[in-house]
Design a binder for this molecule. Structure first.
Ligand code: SF4
Length: 356
């Protein structure tokens, strides 16, 4: 499968009638500018001239969460600009993200005309109580209906879910993942909840009615969910919000994040935790007292095996007294690893250096 290049275009839902407790778009909508056709053209041109390779799958992505909720004339104008590039074979596809209650047959027929290929739905939770608490304004039944319709019209279906919403337990979060898998999405995004300035959720937190997840809790929940989606062969294309000038560490002045499990390499933390569990399991299965092992992985996976600030290497030494040597091999497929025992505990005891 060809690697993908994404050309992201953020389309804010100005005048959004909804009132999700974790969102501040209503409060900041006066500061947001509507996206114009020229903006779309300029962005596409900029990305096309900066892509390093031409032999990649290139997709224009209208992000913002409610694309089919903005007025139809504006949608069509923006889509048309991207569609011109599709017709000239300069880009391969268009994707949009939207809410489940903004999907119906006429909308899907219209999107087909512009060769939209992928539709991502902001689901957040499959628990109606949690959805109501966060004032999403739709139910999980809407997600089921929209997902089935999207697949029936032969779009590629994507889901976005949140982890750590108000009153959502770890079991609720995992249940959301399981409920989504039944709807057969091809791709998912997992977003741990961050508390954003000037939101209802911030008020709830200050009133003691919402406690954001600690970083380690968010990693644990996202790890279980990622395991699950991997086991169902559903591609997890993002874990954690993209770092921007405003979505960044709460310590920074420009940050809109006031609390929650923010980390600039959140996905790496989750993937490293998955590798850690997998290494421990493999070592235990070796059925011998292991002292030093060599792990061969694809170069893309080296950082995840080692862990953020060498966390996995340090933990394996502290918990199991095992030294890890990581080597890179292009022959090793991504997300696979090969473990070789270099020294058993017995060899180590015979080592003169050790005896001295
Ligand atoms: S997250 Fe909710 S309130 Fe914010 S723009 Fe989307 S639908 Fe509107």
């Amino acid at each position: 499968m060809k690697k993908q290049y994404i050309i992201p275009i953020f389309v804010p839902h100005l005048g959004c009638p909804n009132d999700c407790t974790f969102c501040n778009q209503k409060k900041i909508s006066g500061q947001l500018q509507p996206v114009t056709e020229d903006d779309v053209k300029d962005t596409i041109e900029y990305y096309l001239s900066n892509f390093k390779s031409n032999d990649m799958y290139k997709e224009v992505a209208f992000f913002g969460g409610s694309f089919t909720g903005i007025d139809v004339e504006t949608q069509n104008k923006l889509l048309n600009v991207a569609y011109e590039y599709v017709k000239q074979n300069k880009i391969d596809g268009i994707r949009i993200s939207t809410r489940p209650d903004y999907i119906d047959k006429p909308t899907l027929k219209r999107l087909k005309k512009y060769k939209v290929k992928t539709i991502e739905l902001g689901v957040q939770s499959s628990n109606d109580y949690v959805l109501k608490k966060s004032r999403r304004g739709h139910t999980f039944e809407d997600v089921i209906r929209a997902s089935k319709l999207i697949r029936r019209y032969r779009f590629k279906l994507g889901h976005q879910m949140m982890v750590g919403m108000q009153d959502s337990s770890s079991l609720d979060d995992l249940k959301t993942a399981k409920d989504l898998a039944k709807l057969k999405p091809k791709i998912v995004r997992i977003y741990p909840v961050l508390v954003i300035k000037d939101t209802e959720l911030e008020k709830e937190m200050k009133a003691g009615r919402y406690e954001p997840l600690e970083l380690h809790q968010a990693i644990e929940r996202c790890k279980e969910i990622t395991y699950f989606f991997n086991s169902k062969k559903i591609n997890v294309i993002r874990i954690g919000l993209q770092t921007t000038d405003t979505i960044c560490s709460p310590d920074k002045e420009s940050s809109e994040v006031v609390a929650g499990p923010y980390h600039e390499t959140f996905r790496q933390l989750v993937e490293s935790a998955i590798y850690y569990d997998s290494i421990v399991e493999k070592i235990k299965n070796l059925n011998t007292n292991v002292k030093e092992v060599e792990i061969s992985v694809n170069p893309r996976d080296v950082n995840n095996v080692i862990g953020y600030k060498r966390e996995n290497i340090i933990k394996l030494k502290e918990m199991y007294d095992v030294d890890i040597k990581v080597t890179q091999s292009e022959k090793c497929p991504e997300h696979k690893m090969h473990i070789k025992v270099l020294k058993k505990f017995k060899d180590f005891k015979d080592d003169k250096e050790y005896i001295k």
